[in-house]
Design a protein around this ligand. Structure first.
Ligand SMILES: Cc1ncc(COP(=O)(O)O)c(C=O)c1O
Length: 377
């Protein structure tokens, strides 16, 4: 009874603050501007056809942890492809971006180490730091001066790490990787880039590091997910051979969990090959997003856009974000309302994501509907 009351009370609290979440299935006739499938690859007909042709040679499940019997040729091929694509010596693929972050951070740090983390880093990084025994120092979002002040003020006994999203998932802005790397070199730190939203889109698909024209070194760890622009599922960590060998032996989410399905890895690999062959997809998607953002700004909305497919239309209150979302949905457009704890209090928003497959008609309809929304509020 006590437990039932606890659940009821908590849910009531969530509802009263407009933070109640309910999963929605988006009908086929609704235009989705809320997916991380930036390059439109999750429904790619060519990959579907390739999958049908190859399905008889692929196991449907991996059958075990990759350390037992769940490591298959296709995962090895995917890891080799990613290492080559990210220009690193080696790569390890794991179940998801969340699993990669929570386990990478705790595997490579000890109680003697210090982790410097951007205040807007993704929840999986925050949870990874929580699981590690290292000291945590939060620096202001993308603020190089604040980070340097903080780096100067510590006397590390062990290793120093700087960790940042490459493209911030909710802001859509790009971390100043060139400046972060300069600081990492000056203070002998390892730079970890979570390139969940940069991979496939920036740097001709290779990610944020390449967007800055920086060559990977053994002082940089590139992590990313296969679930966003790659249109599949799973995640990777790319770095030196030594790092990957160490992770194979220590990462709990690589050891104590079943490997990804060979079918899933096949899809990742096929879609990555498309990204490599068609690097214009990312650039064209960003151009469309810029067009949408500029038009929304002209209408008077509070819009933030930083040259990625992600646009934030800030509503401030959670209630208003929900009202906007519901208005759009009544007009067959889906844009999810993003509220705390995903974003800080008072910064609720519509997170609009433009993708490669959105047509001119889709985009014009989106803008017309926002115009109507402006008139109605
Ligand atoms: C920056 C960032 N890192 C990691 C993740 C987790 O990736 P996955 O969805 O593959 O678990 C996300 C997903 O939202 C993300 O935005």
């Amino acid at each position: 009874m006590k437990f039932k009351n606890f659940l009821k009370y908590k849910l009531k609290e969530i509802k009263e603050s407009d933070l109640y979440r309910k999963r929605i299935i988006i009908d086929k006739d609704v235009i989705n501007f809320s997916s991380n499938d930036y390059l439109g690859l999750k429904d790619n007909p060519y990959t579907k056809e390739r999958l049908c042709q190859n399905i008889n040679n692929l196991s449907l499940g991996s059958g075990a942890s990759t350390h037992v019997s769940g490591y298959h040729h296709i995962q090895k091929e995917l890891e080799e492809f990613l290492a080559d694509f990210k220009q690193t010596e080696s790569c390890i693929v794991v179940g998801s971006g969340y699993l990669a972050n929570v386990s990478l951070i705790s595997a490579i740090t000890t109680e003697k180490d210090i982790i410097f983390s951007d205040e807007l880093n993704h929840a999986s990084i925050i949870d990874g730091i929580r699981l590690s025994k290292a000291e945590k120092v939060i620096y202001k979002h993308n603020d190089i001066e604040d980070l340097e002040q903080k780096l100067k003020s510590v006397k590390p006994e062990g290793n120093v790490f700087i960790i940042t999203d490459g493209v911030f998932s909710m802001e859509g802005d790009i971390a100043p990787i060139d400046k972060l790397l300069a600081l990492a070199e000056r203070y002998d730190a390892i730079l970890i880039i979570d390139d969940a939203h940069g991979t496939g889109v920036l740097g001709e698909g290779r990610g944020t590091l390449f967007h800055f024209g920086i060559k990977p070194t053994n002082h940089i760890i590139q992590m990313g997910t296969l679930s966003k622009a790659v249109g599949s599922y799973g995640a990777f960590i790319c770095g030196s051979k030594l790092l990957v060998e160490y992770l194979e032996n220590t990462m709990r989410t690589a050891i104590f969990t079943t490997g990804l399905s060979p079918v899933q890895n096949f899809i990742s690999l096929e879609n990555l090959k498309i990204i490599q062959k068609e690097p214009h997809r990312g650039k064209e998607t960003i151009e469309k997003a810029t067009y949408v953002a500029e038009n929304l700004k002209d209408m008077g909305f509070n819009v933030k856009h930083f040259g990625t497919p992600i646009i934030s239309l800030i509503t401030g209150s959670a209630k208003k974000a929900l009202e906007y979302r519901d208005f759009l949905l009544r007009h067959k457009i889906f844009i999810q309302a993003i509220r705390p704890p995903t974003v800080p209090q008072g910064t609720s928003r519509l997170r609009i994501t433009v993708n490669y497959n959105h047509s001119k008609i889709d985009i014009d309809y989106l803008l017309q509907t926002f115009k109507k929304l402006k008139g109605a509020t």
